[in-house]
Design a protein around this ligand. Structure first.
Ligand SMILES: [Zn+2]
Length: 350
């Protein structure tokens, strides 16, 4: 039978759970009070239990019909011989909270797989919805929206098939910001919202989004039936992994990387009081090559500033070795002239 001390703890568990509605916080409260799991001694005299509680211990107590005077046997519940510790009412309430929490966890667990444009985005060609999905390739996750028709009837029936999720979501946001004044859709405010709230907000503004991969446009239909068409660069929307592209765009121009490296070399030489030869050995780059890079710090401060901080896209097209012409010149003004010519000549390459 149940001893009085155990009965008292069980009662406390139920009361606390009804109050706090969380297994974890009940567990923490009881552990703070120094409660331990029941200590058992086996016939061989081995002891187990007597350790701090886990939320699964609490869950087992809350689900145990033993405490309402019943016994469970092979999935059936029978009247037991023991006295009840908690009322049916309390027990029922605890079961309700448990199942509520389970449902919430399930919903929270699936939000990762909800696309921002789910139930809004449609494939124009097939006149059917596109839904969010992802696939794993190695360690990368590729997110996309897939045409339901293409999924069911095969890709050759649909010109759209699938579209890169990140790209179409960004494009949609860019377009919608042009046609609606809602400030919550703007950058910082939008980014501060949870995915759920973003979806809610978007649905309050947009009724439908039609994607036409054949003609290359995105049609946004608002709730007031107003609709706007935006042309798309289809190449951008192809199913390419966003990671690779992102890296390409954000990568620093090679000439900048080299100049930063040149300064690191100079700093190291100063700090460690060492020679280029030593550094060459440490990092495994041939000495002559290291000399070329290290000499970049001899171009004028003005040019270095441009290389390090300018947004000029032409920097991507100027290789480091082109600086050698500049380095043969000691006059900073003349260096600047050569640099300006370099930039101009890279215009022609584009
Ligand atoms: Zn389709």
């Amino acid at each position: 039978m149940i001893n009085p001390q155990e009965a008292r703890i069980v009662k406390e568990v139920f009361d606390l759970y009804l109050e706090k509605r969380s297994l974890l916080s009940v567990t923490m409260t009881l552990n703070e009070k120094g409660y331990k799991t029941k200590l058992h001694t086996t016939l061989q005299g081995k002891k187990y239990g007597g350790i701090s509680l886990k939320s699964t211990n609490i869950q087992l107590i809350l689900k145990n019909v033993f405490y309402i005077g019943k016994v469970s046997y092979q999935g059936q519940i029978y009247d037991g011989e023991q006295e009840r510790i908690v009322s049916d009412d309390v027990f029922k309430k605890a079961q309700e909270i448990l199942s509520d929490n389970r449902r919430e966890r399930r919903i929270a667990g699936t939000t990762k797989n909800i696309g921002l444009l789910n139930s809004l985005l449609r494939c124009k060609a097939c006149n059917c919805s596109m839904y969010y999905a992802y696939s794993m390739k190695g360690k990368y996750k590729y997110h996309y929206y897939l045409c339901m028709n293409a999924q069911k009837r095969g890709y050759k029936n649909c010109p759209t098939r699938l579209v890169n999720a990140q790209t179409i979501e960004n494009k949609l946001l860019e377009c919608i910001r042009k046609i609606t004044p809602d400030t919550k859709l703007q950058g910082d405010l939008w980014n501060a919202l949870t995915l759920q709230d973003q979806i809610k907000l978007l649905k309050s503004v947009v009724r439908q989004i039609n994607y036409d991969a054949h003609e290359g446009f995105l049609e946004i239909v608002l709730h007031n039936e107003k609709s706007c068409k935006f042309s798309l660069k289809l190449k951008e929307l192809k199913h390419i992994p966003p990671h690779k592209k992102d890296i390409e765009v954000t990568k620093e121009p090679p000439i900048r990387q080299n100049l930063i490296f040149a300064h690191q070399i100079a700093d190291t030489m100063k700090e460690k009081d060492c020679s280029l030869h030593q550094i060459s050995k440490w990092i495994g780059i041939a000495h002559p090559r290291l000399c070329q890079i290290a000499s970049m710090i001899n171009v004028s401060p003005k040019i270095q500033e441009e290389i390090l901080f300018s947004q000029d896209k032409r920097l991507y097209r100027i290789p480091e070795y082109r600086l050698r012409d500049i380095l043969s010149e000691t006059d900073w003004e003349k260096q600047q002239e050569i640099w300006n010519d370099l930039l101009k000549s890279s215009d022609k390459q584009a």
